[in-house]
Write a protein that binds this ligand. Structure first.
Ligand SMILES: C[C@@]1(CC(=O)O)c2cc3[nH]c(cc4nc(cc5[nH]c(cc(n2)[C@H]1CCC(=O)O)[C@@](C)(CC(=O)O)[C@@H]5CCC(=O)O)C(CC(=O)O)=C4CCC(=O)O)c(CCC(=O)O)c3CC(=O)O
Ligand SMILES: NC(=O)C1=CN([C@@H]2O[C@H](COP(=O)(O)OP(=O)(O)OC[C@H]3O[C@@H](n4cnc5c(N)ncnc54)[C@H](O)[C@@H]3O)[C@@H](O)[C@H]2O)C=CC1
Length: 321
């Protein structure tokens, strides 16, 4: 990664925008989503910036760029239409080690602005590392369409009941299972539909009934050509909830990126069309783990009695072409 993503606590932001045109207005509007601690330095402001300054009582330094005004800022944005002025601002700002953004000149930026999907408190920030801002905007629009508006409400709900659930369900793994079931199931649907009171009642009721220990299962995924782009949505979702993953050396390891990050990984030396590590898989599933076994190609599994006779639920998914 050329750029490292972080989230800044807005109450510590003190931003200085140099310039008062269209780009300045866009950057100010973005900052205003989280803070009004913004100063603008430019002799003239266009009508959009003027309106933002008035409406949000921003500080306006009514002169063009002069060095020596950046000491109280921690974010500096150079948005004038002069390459020379923007360059001078960047030189001063980076010397002071401030976060610096220069429109049109990524090479002078010490940070770049991501495309943002705001479902507060869920905030998705995306970057193309400066390679394709317009493509990035298109991607953002595509993801926005698929992400329910009320998604943030799921997070608010989790936050509200987090301590309560922590006190009631002791183990981390059981809590994870509880939350996954809650948010994916009826309660999650109720929250998204705006029926928060109903969701709260259901959650309290489900906490009262003893939560059963998570039941393990084994999911075999035939990965076909191994191209991650060819994963089916179904396979993808199963992989996101894995506790453990097995894969042999013929499986494309890029697929491991799509497995839940905390899942334990068990690479195997023998191709899965010859032998699969049944006993180990069954042991983990019997302890309640969701085990994913990635198989290369589409070849049938070798016959195995122990596996066939085990009561552990099994799924077989063909994914990838
Ligand atoms: C490096 C970066 C520096 C920075 O600004 O921080 C940068 C640079 C440049 N942008 C250019 C053009 C446009 N940028 C946009 C829009 C966005 N640009 C944003 C970010 C970034 N832009 C940073 C990289 C982020 C990354 O890659 O991760 C977004 C995400 C965030 C934001 O700015 O708020 C926001 C989309 C928000 C959204 O909708 O979600 C549009 C409008 C549109 O797409 O409709 C136009 C067309 C304007 C026009 O010409 O009309 C050009 C000239 C390219 C050329 O001329 O070819 C350069 C310079 C260059 O690339 O060299
Ligand atoms: N409008 C857009 O969407 C995009 C613009 N750009 C580029 O970004 C730059 C700025 O664009 P706009 O905001 O549209 O231009 P603009 O012409 O609307 O605004 C420029 C602003 O800079 C101010 N300014 C000029 N010299 C200054 C100085 N010495 N000190 C302080 N302020 C000064 C002006 O008073 C004016 O408010 C241009 O170089 C443009 O090519 C790049 C991508 C998109």
């Amino acid at each position: 990664m050329k750029y490292f993503p972080i989230y800044l606590d807005a109450k510590h932001i003190d931003a200085m925008i140099i310039g008062g045109g269209e780009v300045a207005a866009r950057k100010i509007e973005l900052l205003l989503k989280s803070t009004a601690n913004i100063s603008v330095m430019s002799e003239t402001l266009n009508s959009s910036v003027q309106r933002l300054v008035n409406e949000h009582q921003l500080t306006w330094l009514k002169h063009n760029y002069q060095p020596g005004h950046l000491n109280n800022s921690n974010i500096v944005i150079a948005a004038t239409d002069s390459i020379e002025v923007n360059g001078a601002v960047a030189a001063e700002s980076t010397q002071l080690k401030l976060l610096t953004n220069v429109v049109d000149q990524p090479e002078l930026c010490t940070y770049i602005t991501p495309a943002i999907i705001d479902r507060s408190p869920i905030i998705i920030a995306m970057s193309s590392s400066g390679s394709a801002p317009i493509l990035l905007r298109m991607l953002r629009e595509q993801i926005e369409k698929t992400l329910p508006n009320g998604y943030g409400k799921l997070a608010e709900f989790s936050f509200k009941f987090r301590d309560h659930v922590k006190a009631r369900i002791k183990g981390l793994r059981d809590r994870r299972t509880f939350w996954e079931r809650t948010l994916r199931g009826n309660i999650g649907q109720a929250i998204l539909a705006g029926e928060t009171t109903l969701a709260e009642q259901q959650l309290i009721a489900s906490l009262k009934t003893q939560t059963p220990p998570p039941s393990g299962e084994i999911v075999f995924i035939h990965t076909g050509d191994g191209n991650p782009d060819h994963l089916t949505l179904y396979a993808h979702r199963e992989m996101q909830f894995a506790d453990a993953v097995f894969y042999d050396k013929e499986v494309n390891t890029d697929l491991i990126e799509y497995i839940r990050r905390d899942a334990s990984k068990y690479p195997q030396d023998i191709a899965s069309n010859i032998l699969i590590n049944v006993q180990h898989v069954l042991d983990l599933a019997e302890q309640g783990e969701k085990v994913i076994y990635l198989l290369s190609g589409t070849i049938e599994l070798p016959e195995n009695k122990t596996l066939a006779q085990s009561p552990i639920p099994k799924k077989y998914i063909y994914s990838g072409s």
